[in-house]
Design a protein around this ligand. Sequence first.
Ligand SMILES: Nc1ncnc2c1ncn2[C@@H]1O[C@H](COP(=O)(O)OP(=O)(O)OP(=O)(O)O)[C@@H](O)[C@H]1O
Ligand SMILES: [Mg+2]
Length: 249
Amino acid sequence: MEKIPIIKMVNISKNFGAVKALQDVNFEVYPCEVVALVGDNGAGKSTLMKILAGVYPPSRGEIFIEGEKVNFTSPADAISRGIQMIYQDLAVADNIDVAGNIFLGRELEKKALGGFTKIIDKKRMEELAWEALERVKINIGSVREKVENLSGGQRQAVAIARAISAKAKIIIMDEPAAALGVKETHELLELIKDLKEKKIAVVYISHRLENIFEVSDRVIVLKGGKRIADRQTKDTTMEKIRQLIVEGV
Ligand SMILES: Nc1ncnc2c1ncn2[C@@H]1O[C@H](COP(=O)(O)OP(=O)(O)OP(=O)(O)O)[C@@H](O)[C@H]1O
Ligand SMILES: [Mg+2]
């Protein structure tokens, strides 16, 4: 029996006015897979993943989650189906503490005043935030720390902890290593390997081929809004992928 992909995008096209950002793109992700999405600036990578994450509707095409057709009208729709996207710029909210970030948009409440009202359950959120951080094996002094005081790697880890604790089936990372140092990038790659073991699939968008070859199972290349290649990482080389990105063949 053929394995059912967790994500299947079929013939996706997206126009922004006269710009054809995507043309008839197919994209699938199988359970526990780490898929690298590569291509030059403007190739359509972020647009394709924003469509999957419910940020934009496609102009044409269909999306299936575990075989079931979906029509996302907002990121909340995608999140409720286990799709989490970590955006490079707005990975986390700076002026909120770590626990608050992990529960952003799904704050826990508890009854107060003998059941007459509800208040935010800060204590429970902090306990669960610690658990989530332990799972991503990142050292942060306190879950009450404001995120603006964290390093790039720690911020990325908070975003991943949030995705895991929201029960993500698939985590999309758009250029996660762009703002990270060497050690932090190494930690991020270890985290991705760990997600795979937790049976969470990952889509990793990056221009850094050495990182891609370290963590991915498959590489998909976009060029000018079209999918031009789909390779098992073990069956290809960095040189070949670089050539596909630049020359298209
Ligand atoms: N909101 C938007 N409005 C208009 N055009 C857009 C919008 N978003 C993307 N585009 C255009 O769509 C095309 C694909 O952009 P996209 O951001 O998906 O590329 P990318 O592969 O993520 O590039 P990069 O590697 O630079 O992040 C580009 O021509 C871009 O200018
Ligand atoms: Mg992009």
